[in-house]
Design a protein around this ligand. Structure first.
Ligand SMILES: N[C@@H](CCC(=O)N[C@@H](CS)C(=O)NCC(=O)O)C(=O)O
Length: 341
């Protein structure tokens, strides 16, 4: 059961715990304020999640988390330094302090949350692993993939789930492993494999990068749970709270009907929930050493969760992903933020 990968992970987890302890006194908020920018770890470029636009400005639902933190802390959502990380590099970059928040389509798992000296702060996108196949193969289900060559990215939960699923179903596969999504999609396009597997949202992002997306389809089967969310180092609870509550502020704003267009009118609202969120009744940022307008700054500059979802990955974006289980709990979905009180 214990393969080489597990041993490498455990070996590195040891030094990581020590690194986490040595930074127990860290004051990431103070460092960020002195620097004047949030150090944000993102992907190598995954449209909808984190990718630079034509003008070189980073965009995406993961990017919006870092923009929200920058708005809350510095009053300026643009005050972010983006650091591109592939799947293998991402945790080391956070542990070493190269980045202060990792917001890069990263699945929350036990090992990552408890053995790496890191903490997951919430879920930006509830996802699951799926498969993309050339449409002309006539494949309709994952059960037809016995013996397939499968393109996959190293250092991901995708790799682990694939092995589990095929073993459990007594099926064989030939993994073709790459380090970046660009290489993975390139390998698939060049015919190095029959199938590409990844989180389904990321398949949607990879599919639109194909020279002709209509030649590939995403199967409806989903073989895993992939709750994706931002990660911080252990040992700095104030920073942990800031990142966690920045996302909660965006979710609460959507629930309360506050968006970037109406937030100024909402400052006059008689609704106590709105008044608390916008800093008109008390200062709920105080416990995080933030100003009372921390959430106002997030909502006015970044928008609420629904706005971010829609423009980056939803129907207002080229990915056109349905809101699905990422709807608010009030709409039958899983997205639920604790109250501001
Ligand atoms: N959610 C999974 C997969 C994450 C992942 O890295 N997926 C690839 C999909 S191809 C990716 O995003 N690559 C972007 C990159 O290389 O920067 C995990 O946390 O392990």
């Amino acid at each position: 059961m214990f393969n080489k990968k597990h041993l490498v992970l455990l070996a590195s987890a040891g030094s990581i715990t020590l690194a986490g302890m040595s930074t127990a006194q860290a004051d990431t908020l103070e460092d960020t304020m002195e620097r004047g920018a949030v150090q944000c770890g993102v992907s190598d470029g995954l449209p909808g999640f984190s990718a630079p636009d034509d003008d070189g400005n980073w965009q995406g639902i993961d990017v919006d988390v870092c923009r929200a933190v920058a708005a809350a802390v510095l009053g300026d959502s643009e005050a972010v330094n983006y650091i591109s990380l592939n799947a293998v590099e991402r945790f080391t970059a956070l542990q070493s302090g190269e980045v202060d928040v990792l917001s890069r389509n990263t699945t929350w798992t036990t090992t990552r949350d408890t053995t790496l000296g890191l903490n997951f702060t919430g879920v930006t996108f509830y996802d699951g692993q799926g498969f993309m196949v050339p449409s002309d193969l006539g494949i309709t289900s994952v059960d037809e993939l016995d013996g397939a060559s499968i393109c996959i990215q190293s250092g991901t939960t995708t790799e682990l789930n694939l092995a589990d699923y095929f073993r459990a179903n007594d099926m064989e596969f030939n993994p073709i492993v790459f380090d970046t999504s660009e290489q993975t999609v390139g390998g698939y396009q060049a015919g190095r494999c029959d199938v590409l597997t990844s989180d389904t949202s990321q398949l949607a992002a990879l599919r639109i990068q194909l020279s002709d997306p209509s030649t590939s389809m995403i199967l409806s089967d989903v073989i895993s749970k992939e709750p994706l969310g931002p990660v911080v180092r252990q040992g700095d609870d104030t920073w942990f709270n800031i990142v966690k509550w920045s996302l909660f502020a965006m979710l609460n704003a959507e629930e309360l009907g506050i968006n970037s267009d109406n937030v100024d009118e909402m400052l006059e609202s008689e609704n106590p929930n709105i008044a608390r969120l916008l800093g008109q009744d008390g200062n709920y940022g105080e416990g995080m050493n933030l100003e009372a307008d921390w959430a106002y700054n997030i909502i006015s500059q970044v928008g609420n969760y629904g706005q971010s979802f829609d423009r980056n990955v939803g129907m207002g974006s080229p990915l056109e992903i349905e809101r699905g289980i990422n709807k608010l709990w009030t709409e039958g979905g899983l997205q639920y933020a604790p109250p501001i009180r």
